[in-house]
Design a protein around this ligand. Structure first.
Ligand code: PGA
Length: 263
């Protein structure tokens, strides 16, 4: 059984995922990983993971294998193999010990033209390759101001349901990341985040109650050590997807500990 497979257990698990984005070097990664491993020793009651740039997956595998921290990538091809220069497949990531992969991050949607259909294909490809996709959804500031947050999130989820079926949600993690909160220092308030998390769970519940109660829904967008605990205390927030703060070992470990505390 995969560590993040939905086991049908009554209690949802907790998870914190670092998204390094386009940052790192062999030298700085080594320090960061060493400090995370040391800081996480003995922390129980949550899953800790890092999603790193492709070239460093080997290094991360070497540093983390055999331990509790898992690793993955920030993107994956929707194709298994073929003439797709520059792409990386799910099975390649699995080959390097990845368990997870982020799909549909708002930066990929906004900057690289990934639409809902492509994100859904990547979600399916990730699962076929043996990975747990972390599906990102979330609205832009404009969409929030227009009052269509719920419609946007529903559309993004529905595209995946259409391709993967509800069964697909039994082996995934969802990350709600309001685009206006990513990298801006503007965190959604715990209440704002909780409202959307509860909405997502209710939507899934219409189709499969058991699954909706067990699925992990992470919040992402300017999570820091100083605001993690209040976010994770909300009933439908099961952890975080962490960008900037995941590059600082002390911050990241504190966020993981905040998730563990409310497990
Ligand atoms: P941030 O990024 O924590 O730097 O806001 C979150 C994300 O993009 O996953």
């Amino acid at each position: 059984m995969h560590p993040f497979a939905n086991t049908g257990k009554a209690m949802r698990e907790r998870m914190v995922v670092g998204n390094w984005k386009l940052h790192g070097s062999l030298i700085s990664n080594k320090t960061l990983l060493d400090e995370i491993v040391t800081g996480m020793a003995g922390v129980k009651g949550m899953h800790c993971a890092v999603c790193v740039p492709f070239p460093y997956i080997f290094q991360v595998q070497f540093a983390l294998q055999g331990g509790e921290i898992v690793w993955g990538a920030q993107n994956v091809s929707q194709y298994e193999k073929g003439a797709y220069s520059g792409e990386v497949s799910a099975s390649m990531l699995r080959d390097l010990g990845c368990s997870i992969v982020i799909v549909g991050h708002s930066e990929r949607r906004a900057l690289y033209g990934e639409d809902d259909a492509m994100v859904a294909e990547k979600f399916v490809a990730a699962q076929k390759g043996g990975l747990i996709p972390i599906l990102c959804v979330g609205e832009t500031l404009e969409e929030r101001e227009k009052g269509i947050t719920a419609n946007v999130v529903e559309r993004q989820l529905q595209a995946v349901v259409d391709k993967a079926g509800m069964e697909g949600f039994g082996r995934c993690v969802i990350a709600y990341e309001p685009v206006w909160a990513i990298g801006t220092g503007k965190t959604a308030t715990p209440q704002q985040a909780q409202e959307v998390h509860a909405y997502i769970r209710a939507l899934l519940s219409e189709q499969n109650k058991g699954l909706s109660e067990n699925i992990m829904i992470l919040y992402g967008g300017s999570v820091k050590a100083s605001n993690a605990a209040e976010l994770f205390a909300m009933p439908d927030i099961d952890g975080g997807l962490i960008g900037g703060a995941s590059l600082d070992a002390n911050e990241f470990v504190s966020i993981c500990k905040a998730a563990a505390k409310v497990a």
